[in-house]
Design a protein around this ligand. Structure first.
Ligand code: F6P
Length: 341
């Protein structure tokens, strides 16, 4: 059996741990051969490959990024894209694909599965917004990076008696903001799922100052004010139709200064949240996903995604993970609200 492996979409800590686990289990237990496809769906589309074997996957467990490279290539937006992928897979004698990605990459995998390509999906995204899995790997690392930043921002905010707004990633789902905000003792957490009132945020800011502390407001890049729109960096769309976000933190800091007269600063964490070494939790989760992806291939159970349910890794239909996003439940947000102000 010859298996192609690709990583697509935004990179995320733990991708290399999956690649290593897939190769280690496949070679050692079943004698499978592997082909690494470069840069997401661009690899099978353009026939861009690299060797993937025990030697080339040694030492990569703690490394961030992906040795395969990534891109946001959407073969369904390219003329004859699907035919070209199918032709290349046949030419290279690839029997099955392991696609490691988020909603976009696995959305393509879902469509290719319905067109006869044998594929298994592995859920990755720092955003943790893929449906039908309790967690995606990468999320824990990015939350820990954000919490470390918040801890540091607390001390400088206290010294200068300022409000600091921390903008984190999260386009449609506020998982990173929620977890980092709770763990970092934020005075407010603002997420895309719940439109926020600027006046209410100002009240929370004032009340934190009154208690003798400086407020940290954690805001997801996709958060929306009650009487405004999502703030975007520019209007260019990627091949999956996403605009570039960022700017809401800056906007909110201006509003806080204007309405409260307090000094406010913004810190945009950006791609720092996606870089560097994965946490132990993410290394273990990514490794388990990789091992189970190979078991699924061995059993011929294609069109599935490996998923974490409680402590178990199970298989779910690819479509069940990509049709809807997993958003923050209002009851979880209510738990965090107790600590606002
Ligand atoms: O997909 C994960 C994500 O981190 C989103 O939260 C964010 O909007 C996006 O990636 C930004 O990615 P890039 O800068 O690579 O386009």
């Amino acid at each position: 059996m010859r298996i192609g492996v690709l990583t697509g979409g935004g990179d995320c800590p733990g991708l290399n741990a999956v690649i290593r686990a897939v190769v280690r289990k496949g070679v050692k237990e079943y004698g499978y051969e592997f082909v690494g496809f470069r840069d997401g769906w661009k690899g099978p589309l353009e026939g861009l490959t690299m060797p993937l074997d025990l030697a080339s996957t040694r030492g990569i467990l703690p490394k961030g990024g992906t040795i395969l490279g990534s891109s946001r290539t959407n073969p369904f937006k390219i003329e004859n894209g699907v035919e070209r992928i199918k032709e290349n897979l046949a030419k290279m004698n690839i029997d099955a694909l392991v696609a490691i990605g988020g909603e976009d990459t696995l959305g393509v995998a879902t469509k290719l599965d319905s067109l006869g390509v044998k594929v298994i999906g592995v859920p990755k995204t720092i955003d943790n917004d893929l449906n039908n899995t309790d967690y995606t790997f990468g999320f824990d690392t990015s939350v820990n990076i954000a919490v470390d930043a918040i801890d540091r921002l607390h001390t400088t905010a206290e010294s200068h008696h300022r409000a600091i707004i921390v903008e984190v990633m999260g386009r449609h789902a506020g998982w990173i903001a929620l977890h980092a905000g709770i763990a970092g003792g934020a005075a407010a957490v603002l997420i895309p799922e719940v439109k926020f009132s600027v006046d209410k945020v100002c009240e929370w800011v004032e009340s934190r100052f009154k208690s003798g502390f400086a407020p940290i407001v954690v805001i997801a890049e996709g958060a929306i004010p009650q009487d405004g729109d999502m703030i975007t960096k520019d209007q260019t769309l990627d091949s999956f139709g996403h605009v570039k976000l960022s700017g809401i933190g800056e906007w909110l800091s201006g509003q806080i200064e204007e309405k409260t007269g307090r000094e406010a600063r913004v810190s945009v964490l950006g791609h720092i949240q996606r870089g560097g070494s994965p946490t132990a939790f993410d290394r273990v989760l990514a490794t388990r996903f990789g091992v189970h992806a190979i078991t699924a291939i061995h059993e011929g159970d294609f069109g599935k995604m490996v998923a974490l349910h409680g402590t178990k890794i199970e298989r779910v239909p690819l479509a069940s993970a990509t049709t809807n996003l997993k958003l923050v439940d209002p009851s979880l947000y209510a738990e965090a609200e107790v600590f606002f102000g």
